[in-house]
Design a protein around this ligand. Structure first.
Ligand code: ADP
Ligand code: MG
Length: 379
């Protein structure tokens, strides 16, 4: 892909790139809506992502192109206003340029820029974090700066939160930044502190993207965030991570039933992340799979961020041979389900699940057999 990216860069700009950087997409393995509650989460970087190639321009002009979009877009070097419409994808690299000085880094002035990708975008696999981190590494290298990996992750998150305007937690950029092949990224969101744990050899990931998205998804996210904060206040803690199952039961009478359900999801989910980490260390994929499916059932019945489509896929997958467990991955209210399977699960099984889904909902989900891969890097 590096070669291909350089080739495409040449085709667009008529010269070779000076720098090529890469960052992967990710899946949320387990740890649903735990990040903004100060909890823990496990994610996997995928072997797919976004490549960003750049070359400096002495005339100070900035040109942005993507192999998924049309002709290059020119943006004046002093123009850091958010764009709408067909060129709004440029907000991701622009957001990174706006974030660099916030972290004491220098934004390069003039350059030609090209993004290429083999990661579906808008599928819940965090192509947004991938383009942010690849852009950040490329821009930093242009400026001759190599800050710590944590800083690159925070630059990407800052761009997404403050410029693009998506209030994502640290999971997306943290996993894209710290991912490693055959390992999962463990994040304690309170630091945040990043670590990796080995993924047992026979664990395979299959992702079923429904392409459904609840019309009110942004409002629903915000509502869940508010409900979690209300639960924490009701329990007398600043974030739900400070309450365990016993504290939650003791405070149950102080919470409205709906708020209790949201809090129970988060508190139990943080416990499940811990249990999954232990089971992974023991190589017990059956136990890990049960935790994944339990996470989904908690989304379905307690946090109520699942949908009929996602539930159907989890039901179909967990009754299929060679599947350890399955759950919605990402924020929910539509999007994708991931299954952890043994190597014996293959195209035949995946096709049967997709066909059953199609029978029920009229359209087939996209199916992706994803491998883990390394985190963001300069090439
Ligand atoms: P996800 O992060 O799950 O893929 P988002 O909606 O957060 O979904 O981010 C998708 C957006 O990121 C796209 O609509 C586009 O603006 C931008 N993006 C991602 N990859 C690319 C790319 N290769 N080229 C241009 N824009 C991209
Ligand atoms: Mg995203």
């Amino acid at each position: 892909m590096k070669q291909l990216t350089a080739q495409k860069f040449r085709a667009v700009y008529g010269r070779a790139p000076e720098i090529v950087a890469y960052a992967p997409g990710r899946i949320e393995f387990i740890g649903n809506h735990t990040d903004y509650n100060g909890g823990t989460v496990l994610g996997a970087a995928l072997d797919r992502g976004v490549w960003v190639a750049v070359a400096g321009r002495p005339d100070g002009r900035r040109q942005f192109a993507s192999d998924q979009r049309g002709a290059p877009v020119e943006v004046r070097a002093d123009d850091l206003t958010k764009r709408g419409g067909a060129t709004s994808w440029v907000n991701y690299p622009l957001g990174v340029l706006a974030a660099l000085p916030v972290f004491g880094a220098t934004a390069p002035k003039g350059f030609d820029y090209l993004a290429t990708s083999n990661l579906p975008s808008g599928a819940g696999l965090s192509s947004s974090a991938a383009i942010e981190l690849a852009s950040a590494l490329a821009f930093l290298e242009m400026a001759g700066e190599r800050p710590a990996r944590e800083t690159v992750v925070q630059i990407g998150k800052h761009a997404e939160n403050n410029f693009v305007g998506v209030p994502c937690g640290i999971l997306d950029q943290g996993v894209s930044g710290f991912g490693q092949k055959n390992r999962l990224v463990f994040i304690d969101c309170r630091g945040p502190v990043f670590a990796t744990v080995p993924l047992p050899g026979d664990a395979h990931f299959w992702i079923f993207n429904t392409h459904t998205k609840h019309a009110l998804v942004d409002g629903l996210y915000a509502a869940r965030h508010r409900e979690c904060m209300a639960a924490a206040r009701g329990l007398g803690v600043s974030l739900l991570v400070e309450a365990d199952a016993a504290a939650l039961e003791a405070g149950k009478a102080k919470l409205a039933p709906e708020i209790f359900k949201r809090a129970k999801h988060v508190v139990d989910e943080i416990a499940r992340v811990g249990a999954a980490k232990v089971a992974l260390a023991e190589g017990d994929l059956v136990a890990v799979g049960k935790l994944l499916t339990a996470s989904h059932r908690s989304s379905q019945f307690l946090f109520e961020n699942s949908t009929a489509e996602l539930d159907f896929l989890v039901d179909a997958l967990t009754t299929t041979a060679h599947v350890f467990g399955a759950r919605l991955t990402g924020g929910g209210f539509g999007g994708a389900v991931m299954a952890m399977t043994s190597g014996a699960f293959g195209d035949k099984e995946a096709r049967a699940v997709a066909a059953a889904y199609r029978e029920k909902f009229g359209t087939a989900p996209d199916v992706l057999h994803a491998l883990t891969g390394d985190g963001a890097m300069l090439l």
